[in-house]
Structures are given as C-alpha cells and as structure tokens.
Design a protein around this ligand. Structure first.
Ligand SMILES: Nc1ncnc2c1ncn2[C@@H]1O[C@H](COP(=O)(O)OP(=O)(O)O)[C@@H](O)[C@H]1O
Ligand SMILES: [Mg+2]
Length: 232
C-alpha cells in the first residue's frame, strides 16, 4: 500500500441545485481521492459539474449529501469564517478571467495576498518580485494588466495564487481565454510549479491537448465521474 498523503477526499458527494420546482443534479455520488503533489485534470463537457466540483473542494459551495475533507479537515465542520481563513491560507485560485486588478501593476497584484499576511512593505515587494521571476515575468513587474498579453496576465495570476504558499491550487478553465500555444506554456508552468513546490493542482479544462500535463484525469459526465485514469 502506498502511504500517499491525501489532500482531498470526496465521499459520496451529491449536489442538487433547486430553482423553483426544478432540481438540477450537478454532482452524482462523486468519490475522489487526490494525493499530495498530484496534478489532476478534471475534464468533461460544459454543464458536467466541473465548476461545482471545484467550488465544493474550495468550500465555496456545500454538498447536498456526502462528505468532503481537504488537507485533513472535514469541511462540513467549519463555519464560514473558518472556511474563508482556510481558503486564504491554503488554497490558490486561478480563473479563466485572470481577475487581476486593472489599476495595479503586476507586482502590486501579487502583493495583495501578502498584505493579509502582514509582511513589511520592503519584504512584501521582494517576495512578490521573486514570485514574478518564478513565473518568468521578472521584467514585467511595473506593467499594468492592459500592458500584458493574456498569457502574461495568467502568469501574474499564478504568481498571485502562489503568494500565500498554498498547498492546493484550484484552476478552473485557466486557459479558456488563451490561444493554444500560450495555453501549453501556462499549463506547463503550472506543472513545473506543482513539481518544484510539491503543491497539489486540480486543473479543470475541456482542452484535451492539455491532458498530457496531468498525472491523472477524472472524466465527468452529467455530474458523474465516469472514469479516472493515470496518464502514461
Ligand atoms: N447556482 C446554480 N443554480 C442552479 N443550477 C446550477 C448552479 N450552478 C450550476 N448549476 C447547474 O449545474 C450543472 C453543472 O454546472 P457547472 O458545475 O457549472 O458545470 P461545468 O463547470 O462543467 O460547465 C449545470 O447543469 C448548471 O446549469
Ligand atoms: Mg465551469
């Protein structure tokens, strides 16, 4: 038996959204274990439950049934304050729309999570610059988002996600707004970060070209995990 440390455990997770009299089953009895340092891709057509799954792992949404453990905590036992503190300290998010603040420079965007940690300004700047270098943007620190390409903006977002030194990175269609070549370079960067920091990455995508970067692939269809496979 391998002694791999579990980072995420979903046990018989159901999510049903009720809108008036209509119920939508977004997740159907999902069981999934994710180990430390894994790079797992979650794939499936639009509406198959990928974002719901990410939100439930992040504690942004609660399962209708079933249990969720993340980094040793049973999320069902945490209140909203505890959940948001947990997220801030342990989870890095990367989104399709980058979500950078337009009036701030790349460096200042990366500094945001560091502020909450109470670092002195000089140290904060040094850490942010180091993170920008790690994503290959040391020479873009003073650029505002509109002065950066889409791929560069997503790299800034990755640096920002790394700022709190998270143990888990949740990336929901992070290449949805990028061309194919840029998408490869962004995901290959995420893969390197996963390796060098031993951070666990959950990548939601519907771009099958990117699956080769994953160690494992979970296929979702109509809210159900229909297959989990290891990548050779
Ligand atoms: N807040 C919500 N209220 C009602 N239905 C929702 C809500 N969020 C998602 N859904 C429904 O749940 C299903 C899964 O959605 P989602 O997880 O966003 O899929 P994906 O990310 O794979 O495109 C879809 O049928 C969607 O319409
Ligand atoms: Mg989605």
């Amino acid at each position: 038996m391998s002694q791999r440390k579990l980072v995420v455990k979903l046990e018989n997770v159901w999510k049903v959204y009720r809108t008036g009299r209509v119920g939508t089953i977004a997740l159907r009895n999902v069981n999934l274990d994710i180990s430390k340092g894994e790079f797992i891709a979650v794939v499936g057509p639009s509406g198959s439950g990928k974002t719901t799954l990410i939100n439930i792992i992040a504690g942004l949404d609660k399962p209708s049934k079933g249990r969720v453990w993340v980094l040793g905590r049973d999320l069902g036992n945490l209140d909203e304050d505890e959940l948001s503190r947990f997220r801030r300290g342990k989870i890095g998010f990367i989104f399709q729309q980058f979500h950078l603040i337009g009036r701030l420079t790349a460096l200042e965007n990366v500094e945001i999570p560091l502020m909450a940690m109470g670092l002195p300004p000089k140290e904060k700047r040094e850490v942010a610059l180091k993170l920008l270098r790690e994503v290959g943007l040391g020479d873009r620190a003073d650029h505002k988002p509109f002065e950066l390409s889409g791929g560069e903006q997503q790299r800034v977002a990755i640096a920002r996600a790394l700022a709190a030194n998270p143990e888990l990175i949740l990336a929901d269609e992070p290449t949805g707004n990028l061309d194919s070549k840029t998408a490869h370079s962004v995901i290959s960067l995420l893969k390197n970060v996963c390796r060098s920091r031993r951070v666990t990455v959950v990548l939601v995508t519907h771009n099958h070209e990117l699956l080769k970067y994953a160690g494992r692939i979970a296929w979702l269809k109509d809210g159900e995990v229909i297959k989990v496979e290891w990548v050779a």
